[in-house]
Design a protein around this ligand. Sequence first.
Ligand code: AMP
Length: 389
Amino acid sequence: MKRTIRDLKNIEGKRILLRCDFNVPLDNYGDILDDSRIVAALPTISYLLEKGAKLVVCSHLGRPTGYDKYLSLFPVAVYLMKRFPNRVKFCNKVVGQEAEKAVSILKNGEILVLENLRFDEGEEQNSPEFVSKLAKLADVYVDDAFGVAHRKHASNYGIALKLPSAIGFLIEKELSVFDKAFSNPAHPFVAIFGGAKVSDKLNLIDNVMDKADSIIIGGGMAYTFLKAQGHEIGDSILSADQIENAKRILQTAKEKNVKILLPIDHVALIKNKDRAVCVTELQKGMAGLDIGNKTIKMFSSEIANSKQIIWNGPLGKYEDPRFKKGTMKIAKAVAKSEAYSVVGGGDSVSAINSCGVAKNINHLSTGGGASLKLMEGKVLPAIEVIDTL
Ligand code: AMP
């Protein structure tokens, strides 16, 4: 069992380095367009403040190479200042003397927000020097950045090997949801997979095969499976090197009595006319970019009859309004069902949010890559190194 912040004793007056995932979208004015990642970290922040910790909060934002004023964490500090009036300070350095000085004058129950971790190249390189500098800022390390838990960076991996450590409430919740969904699923258990590449989802399908009753496959990856079954897929996206894997999966599903549902009609782009049409049979010159109405109906009825759903990946090229209907309809079907629903992956989560049905989903994961790894049954490196009880 990983140590959680509830297990930390004598927090009052302790310097706690809290790694959050504040990788929020900002507009050109530095306004936060979606605060859900900050909101998700608030229970941990509030708890540690109430216990009288001196909280040093750090995060990455975007993918800077060196300092970039448009990727400063200052807007996040301002957000927290409004949430916790007179308790929040901002340090425009990540580590070093200025950060150490700012930490040294921090009072119990106050927060110091450090500048974007990725302004220092030592962060992503997990450099021992950068880890040591971070370690100087705290007595205890708390990880609540689920979104980067599949990475081995200085602020979530290196530091956990250096300081006494624990996980925050957000990571605790993410772990328990995926653990429950996979170790003790409610049946019928339907897994829905979409997205572009089969290779990215192979491990996922293999892991789910022993647990799910049916697997819905849509999006670009469905075409490799349809090709494996001998269907004409026209100019749809194909992972030719995965056809044999697709055949193996179809065969294993048959042997294990797991139902695999593939699209039976498509919204296709006629390439030389740049026109979208709904067809049951694809032909040369046509690329299937969304599931058709009959498929939506078939997938939705499977979803409606389930008791547990996990979903990762869009059912079509949903960024293009002509090909978003399938993904949106499936988002609504998942929300409408009474099943226990877990949605992971940036595209599927944003589809749920844009349909306005987030409140009807049991768990929307805050980590795309990290949730994918958990669904694959893998251990997350940044969590593996956290102290156990
Ligand atoms: P992934 O990162 O593998 O989950 O893939 C997500 C991407 O898959 C999105 O950008 C979608 O536009 C794309 N996608 C989904 N369905 C299709 C499709 N039928 N053809 C091409 N791209 C697709």
